[in-house]
Design a protein around this ligand. Structure first.
Ligand code: HEC
Ligand code: HEC
Length: 75
């Protein structure tokens, strides 16, 4: 019985976490020549990685799955 409650809590936690994340105001990926045609998150690090030209701020969320939060802006 305890196990079932635990799984129920986990199942409820997932949409709740996603909801909280969706409340954060994320800056969209600007549709300029730097960002056109980017499809792989690894490419982001060429410019936004540590010690690169345009690193992300220290307080940037630590996750590295860029497209989970940053969407390509439609023109
Ligand atoms: C060729 C270098 C380059 C690459 C590759 C690149 N960026 Fe950028 N990015 C920039 C520059 C330069 C700026 C700041 C100037 C601007 O706003 O256009 C910027 C700005 C941004 C901004 C907006 C920042 C703001 O304050 O408005 C986001 C979000 C962003 N990049 C995300 C990404 C993501 C996600 C990727 C990978 C898909 C990526 N970038 C790949 C150069 C790059
Ligand atoms: C968990 C969600 C999330 C993920 C994943 C994420 N970001 Fe962000 N990003 C944000 C938020 C929220 C902001 C706005 C922060 C602010 O206003 O200070 C932001 C801001 C930025 C900015 C603007 C400048 C700065 O440092 O605040 C750049 C550039 C950026 N992200 C690039 C990236 C790249 C590249 C990746 C993948 C390696 C990535 N982000 C992954 C949420 C995310």
């Amino acid at each position: 019985m305890k196990k079932n409650l635990f799984f129920l809590a986990v199942i409820l936690l997932v949409p709740f976490t996603l909801y909280i994340l969706s409340l954060e105001t994320v800056v969209p990926i600007p549709p300029d020549e730097n960002h056109g045609g980017l499809t792989k998150e690894l490419q982001c690090f060429d410019c936004h990685g540590k010690n690169k030209e345009f690193p992300r701020k220290k307080e940037h969320p630590p996750k590295d799955l860029c497209f989970q939060c940053h969407k390509i802006e439609e023109e």
